[in-house]
Design a protein around this ligand. Sequence first.
Ligand code: C5P
Length: 243
Amino acid sequence: MARRKKIYEGKAKTLFEGPEPGTLVQYFKDDATAFNAEKRDVIDGKGVLNNRLSEFFMTGLANIGVPTHFIKRLNMREQLIKSVEIVPLEVIVRNFAAGSFSKRMGVEEGTPMPRPIVEFSYKDDALGDPMVPEEYIIAFGWASQQDLDDIISLALRVNDYLSGVLYGVGIKLVDFKIEIGRIYEGDFPRLIVADEISPDSCRLWDIETGRKLDKDVFRQDLGDLADAYTEVAKRLGVMPSNV
Ligand code: C5P
């Protein structure tokens, strides 16, 4: 069978041409990478879990009026998405100190932030996705001031939704990363949530025990990554049947 045209291959996902103009098929791989791909492995079932979890979160966001690229899940590993022009930023929201913030600022992991903090990294693997101030983003034309205001407001709405839904199943949303896409439908370009939302891109801690249920399990060799993601899927009631 003729394979669809590959548009882009990333570390954890591949994008193929979609069936209609303006659509793409997003394929979730089992590959896990950390520290800018210096550490890598293949985790059986991770792609299936992330496909299902990203569908769950993106659908929930659409239900509360937050626009996303997600159209529908096609099968265990693939979803149909809207093609967007990716804003070259990683938009990170932090509710509690962890990861690079703890390291940079010398703040103990788990310390609550005075309020959710939104920060930006420039998407560039060769540079290791450096953190950038808003001044760079506007001066280099990656986004306008209006875009940035809209991106921050989208990120905070995503934070409210994710924090609430995860808290309801006993999980603390420590931080997460989203990517934003520009879509040219109608008269004006719009900004929508793109890429994926999954335990690959969030820090999720069990509220009772503090157990880590996210990619830090892989980064820090804390055990079985698929087990951790399965726990998140089970609690949210979206466990795929044959992982
Ligand atoms: O490493 P750092 O503490 O900056 O990560 C903040 C959040 O962003 C974490 O949830 C991490 O999983 C996510 N992240 C990501 N992709 C990156 C960098 C960070 O999903 N390239």
